[in-house]
Every structure is written in structure tokens, then in C-alpha cells.
Design a protein around this ligand. Structure first.
Ligand code: P6P
Length: 336
């Protein structure tokens, strides 16, 4: 007799996915459940950030040279904590940590995966109540199990990711993650305190009418990028427009909106910062994996983000991501 269990929770969904792979050890499912738990704890603090003294600066500067917000540190510690004490992760890299943290204990050294995090992206928006998010990337280790994880486990090309996802702390709290089997979205149901499947099998619309870029840097962009932005502004009913410009300044929100509605997000290189601002390993790679699994495209303006061979944990890259047809039009401007 079929039992109607109602909407699937994240835990039920990951276990269902594991049942589809009889040889699965359950480590990846367990890792995703650990991330979901940490996200729920962060969500509580983000939702009351205006009420307690968790706002404001932590008084330190991170490796990026940016003021560290107290919530940044709290979020980093939550994700690092659940993974260090879980059974699925051998170590992490994080925007908030100068270098990698190898867990190096008997259980962790047997774990198959490593994770990279931006624990709270867009944290400069915390004090003004704009949506922020967590971004994560998961690799299978290339080093010998039973020994501590190594730098090579983390510096893998993006198309080697086994999973990637993000949490958006917005009007509702959502966790979206991708594996090679597809992209699924879960919305936190406060009545049961569980992420529940709300957006099964997400596909990025092939076309869109939203372009997302910081116009303040326009005159620092390369000419082809300027020409594409100019073309976006000239779209009308006769050539697939009119387009709308939307830029929240919180990448998780901007990319999530485009993933659902269609659109393009750009953080190009500038004359001041030729490699742009966004970090490859824990911002661009995970979103590129997610959006490409959903049918979109992500590049650095020249090659697929997922083909970039990383050399440093915090390296930056120009970033263009979104609907297939919009990315192909951008590429036609860049190719000239
Ligand atoms: P700018 C937030 O600090 C962030 O890393 C991304 O979330 C966001 O897309 C970008 O920076 C915004 O940068 O230079 O346009 O303010």
C-alpha cells in the first residue's frame, strides 16, 4: 500500500536519491543533510539579525581585505562545525579562512569528500536587510583515503564537482542543490523546521529578459561587454525585449532569480580588477555547476568556468552566467 507522506523533506529526498544508487555509501546524502542542518541554524540568526547584537563588524579583516561581519563568522563556524563532526567531509576551504582546514582525525581522513564554502555571501547587505546566502561546492577526494586530505583535493577543475548548492536567506529560506542527476530546490517549512521539496528538477529558461550587472563599473568594462550591455538596453518587442535591469548586489539573489525566471548575471573584469571580484572555487564554480546542470551556461568570457584549472583557493575570475540564448548572444559580442 502506497503511503502518502506528503511533501518530501530534504532528508527524505537525499535518502530516496541514495536508494536509487544501491552501491551508494550514503556519505554524500549525509553531507547534504549536514549542510541543511547548519543552514537552519544560520537562518535563525539571520532572521533575528536586527534584534540582537550580531550586527555590525566583527572587528577583523578577512583574507579578501573585507570587514568581517559577526554573522559571517557565525555562519562559517556552523558549517565548519557540522562537517568536522560529521562522517562525510575530510576538510573545508572557506572565504572566511586564510587557508584550508584539514580535519585530520581518524574518521574524517576516511571521508570521501571535501567542501568549499562562502558561508555568508553578500554579507555587506546584512545591516540593510537585503537577502544574503551561503554557497557550497563538493569534490570527491583525489588523495588516498585514510590519510589527511591534501590541497589537490580542493584545487580541482570545476567539472569534477559531485555536488554544489546554495542557501538563500530571503523572503523564504531556500536550499538549492545540484548533482549530476539534476537541480532541486527546497523551501524551509518553519512549522516542521525542515527543508521541503518545493522546486523539483529546476530548469533555467533558455531565454530571459533580465540582465544583471553593476552599471557603476560600465566604463571600466571591455568594449565587447559594454557593447552587449548597450544592446540589452536597446532591446524592444521586435528583437526579444524589452529587457529589465535588476542588480541586488547579492550574487545568490541575482543568480537565483535568473535561474528561475531566465536572465544573465555578469561580474566582468575591470581596468582596476582584470580578474573581477568573484572567487572561482566557492562562488563561480558552484553556481556554474548548478546553472549548467539546469541547462544554462557559465563562462569567464573566454572558456567555461568549469574548465578553469585552479591554482589558488581564493583566486578570482570574471563571471558571466545565465540563460543559454543570452549567454550565446553575449559570446557573439565577445568573439566580435
Ligand atoms: P559590487 C557581495 O559582496 C558580492 O560578493 C556578490 O554577492 C555580489 O554579486 C557582488 O559582491 C557585488 O559587488 O562590486 O557590485 O558591489
Amino acid at each position: 500500500m502506497a503511503i502518502d507522506r506528503g511533501i518530501q523533506t530534504l532528508d527524505e529526498f537525499t535518502i530516496q536519491q541514495m536508494r536509487n544508487f544501491p552501491k551508494a555509501t550514503g556519505e554524500l546524502s549525509g553531507l547534504l543533510r549536514d549542510i541543511g542542518l547548519a543552514a537552519k541554524r544560520v537562518n535563525v540568526e539571520v532572521n533575528k539579525a536586527g534584534l540582537v547584537d550580531i550586527l555590525g563588524d566583527y572587528g577583523s579583516i578577512n583574507v579578501q581585505g573585507e570587514e568581517v561581519k559577526k554573522l559571517d563568522v557565525f555562519a562559517n563556524n556552523q558549517f565548519m562545525g557540522v562537517l568536522r563532526h560529521g562522517i562525510s567531509c575530510a576538510g573545508i576551504g572557506s572565504e572566511e579562512l586564510d587557508d584550508l582546514v584539514i580535519f585530520d582525525d581518524e574518521i574524517s581522513n576516511q571521508s570521501k569528500y571535501v567542501c568549499l564554502f562562502d558561508p555568508l555571501d553578500g554579507s555587506s547587505n546584512i545591516d540593510v536587510n537585503v537577502s544574503i546566502g551561503t554557497i557550497f561546492s563538493v569534490f570527491r577526494r583525489v588523495s588516498e583515503l585514510g590519510k589527511p586530505a591534501t590541497r589537490e583535493d580542493f584545487l580541482q577543475v570545476g567539472n569534477k564537482q559531485v555536488a554544489a548548492g546554495y542557501v538563500i536567506y530571503g523572503s523564504s529560506t531556500m536550499l538549492v542543490y545540484a548533482t549530476r542527476r539534476g537541480v532541486n530546490g527546497f523551501t524551509l517549512d518553519p512549522s516542521i523546521g525542515e527543508f521541503t521539496l518545493s522546486h523539483p528538477d529546476i530548469k533555467c529558461p533558455e531565454s530571459g529578459k533580465i540582465y544583471s550587472v553593476n552599471h557603476g563599473n560600465f566604463f571600466q568594462y571591455d568594449k565587447p561587454v559594454q557593447n552587449y550591455i548597450d544592446a540589452c538596453q536597446k532591446k524592444n518587442k521586435s528583437n526579444g525585449g524589452p529587457y529589465t535591469q535588476r542588480y541586488i548586489g547579492s550574487m545568490v539573489s541575482d543568480v537565483h532569480r535568473n535561474l528561475i525566471k531566465g536572465g544573465i548575471f555578469m561580474y566582468p573584469g575591470t581596468t582596476d580588477k582584470p580578474n573581477g571580484k568573484l572567487r572561482l572555487l566557492y562562488e563561480c564554480n558552484p553556481f556554474a555547476f548548478i546553472v549548467e546542470r539546469a541547462g544554462g551556461i557559465a563562462t569567464n568570457g573566454k572558456i567555461s568556468i568549469l574548465d578553469i584549472e585552479p591554482t589558488q583557493v581564493h583566486q578570482r575570475t570574471p563571471f558571466f552566467i545565465g540563460s543559454k540564448n543570452m549567454m550565446e548572444e553575449l559570446n557573439s559580442f565577445i568573439q566580435g
